[in-house]
Design a protein around this ligand. Sequence first.
Ligand code: AP5
Length: 224
Amino acid sequence: MSAPVLVLLGPPGVGKGTQGDRLAEKPGWVRLGTGDLLREARREGTELGRKAEAYMDEGKLVPDDLILGLVREKLEELGQETRVILDGFPRTDIQARGLDELLPDLGRTVDGVLLFEAPDETLVKRIAGRRSCPECETLYNVYFDPPPEEGKCGRCGAELFHRKDDRPDTVQGRLDVYREQTEPLVRYYEAHSAELLPIAGEQGMDEVWDQVRTSLRDALGLEV
Ligand code: AP5
């Protein structure tokens, strides 16, 4: 049997990256975060990065064909024994269908979808307070999880940055894009029989992690 594939679904700022990183610290797990992969492509100045730039800064979705090509390439690089966390993908009906066509070629299926939810005011505050490390990608939050020294990564010392798409004028647009284009995937997965595992994302990071572990154990028999 091939190793599990999990999807992390939920609005911007709900904590998908935070919980995905915790899971990826466990042996055998790899997190593929499409947002992180796109930001890396931009830093490296690749063709994909250049094409994605304007969409990302405006809080819009990058075209499906670019995203599906990126995810296919990354999944093909991983062996079947790697446990995969898809963070921020799929985000549209076309992406979900594309994933369902791609996975059988790789001997895999979507085993579970962790659905993170939190009120909009929580999301807006978390996004406003987020600081990211450009080197090791560690996440911080000036309100909830500050770095040991202001503005500096506690892990590698690099200067932290505030994502361009985290500006207040872009955030509402990203929430609207989520509600219009990504939230309908809940119905898609209900109809396509992947386990849908609701997670109350407004709780503290450790409480959310406990929910993730319990859900994976109870619904999918996965101990993490
Ligand atoms: P992406 O990077 O995927 O952004 P997102 O989905 O908008 O998600 P975020 O990274 O904003 O939030 P998160 O849920 O990961 O929260 P986090 O853990 O950081 O995408 C960016 C852009 O790339 C898109 O707008 C689009 O342009 C493009 N893109 C990416 N994928 C695409 C796709 N598939 N198709 C098309 N375009 C795509 O937490 C947020 C903050 O809160 C952090 O500071 C954290 O420390 C803090 N925090 C987390 N959990 C808690 C907690 N429980 N309590 C208190 N604070 C917390």
